[in-house]
Design a protein. Structure first.
Length: 313
């Protein structure tokens, strides 16, 4: 099951402490023959990292793998410093990289991508290639049987049900419940308020735990904090509520590469754009499920998908 991509609060703290390097992208780079492909440590990070590596290899580009290198601040720092050359990042994290988390630009898929692309090019000589049309943001999912019974599909539907006394019991992390950008943002935008006794706060930020609690009805839980591309959503018969009013920052994955590396290997732009353009929300959920639920190796899942879709050309 997908682990959280990032602790939004932890990333903010890291930025405040100066852990994310703000110098030029080639500052610590050394001359090397191979393109160093990295990724974050979570399930989707492994999947997307292997997809990038396989596509580059097929293009005849020599690759060194540092897939599942670490959490966001580690991988981002390595890219900015030139220790790695390319990795998959999420557009919405630009809000925290550049201390702009309250800017409405991050609530739109297009403006989030264009904003982070422009800022990283100007400040770090990093290039954002085309993104996948899959938003891996915080969302709320409810048990499938409840969704079918109450005809729930959007956050407007959820808000109406939440106003009915005792109808919803939600499992989430402390960060999801307390952060102004998470549950409180949903409550504000959709005009509802869950009483504290209808929220179960679980330790950590693992959506595997919150989803399982909702699916199994643990302590009466029937709704859960999830991430949009979590692989176990369909397997656990959960229904994600569509955030139609854009309460959450948009987190779409895209390859981010050092400009000097892209200049050496310009063919990677078109090759990776074709691949990431094919990664819809449902496709990413299905691929993540093969890794997290079925236990298949991430590289095998990535290679099979690329071959089946004719994307290794």
């Amino acid at each position: 099951m997908l682990t959280p991509l990032i602790s939004r609060r932890s990333l903010q703290a890291a930025l405040a402490a100066g852990l994310l390097i703000a110098t030029g992208s080639g500052a610590l780079a050394q001359t090397r023959d191979k393109v160093v492909v990295a990724s974050k440590i979570d399930t989707e990070g492994a999947l997307l990292g292997h997809i990038i590596a396989l596509v580059l290899e097929r293009q005849g580009i020599p690759v060194e793998s540092r897939i599942q290198l670490g959490p966001t601040k580690v991988v981002r720092t390595a890219l900015v410093s030139g220790e790695v050359d390319i990795y998959p990042e999420y557009t919405g994290n630009g809000a925290f990289f550049f201390s702009m988390e309250n800017d409405p630009a991050w609530k739109s898929a297009t403006s989030a991508f264009e904003t982070v692309k422009r800022l990283d090019a100007e400040k770090n000589k990093l290039v954002w290639l085309d993104r996948a049309p899959a938003n891996n943001t915080w969302l709320i999912a409810v048990r499938g049987d409840l969704a079918r019974k109450e005809n729930l599909s959007t956050m407007e539907d959820f808000a109406k049900l939440a106003q009915r006394s005792g109808a919803i019991k939600l499992a989430g992390s402390a960060e999801f419940v307390e952060s102004a950008a998470a549950l409180p943002a949903f409550e504000k935008v959709y005009e509802f308020k869950l009483p504290r006794d209808q929220i179960v706060v679980l330790p950590g930020g693992d959506t595997a735990v919150t989803m399982r609690s909702a699916a199994q009805g643990v302590s009466g839980v029937n709704a859960a904090m999830v991430y949009g591309t979590d692989g176990a959503i369909s397997a656990l018969d959960l229904k994600v509520m569509d955030d139609t009013k854009g309460a959450q920052i948009v987190y779409e994955p895209a390859p981010v590469v050092r400009a000097e590396v892209l200049q050496r290997y310009p063919a990677m732009t078109q090759a990776l754009s074709r691949v990431f353009g094919s990664l819809t929300l449902t496709r990413l959920q299905a691929l993540n499920a093969q890794i997290a639920v079925e236990g298949q190796p991430a590289r095998d899942v990535a290679k099979r998908y690329l071959e089946q879709e004719g994307l290794l050309r």
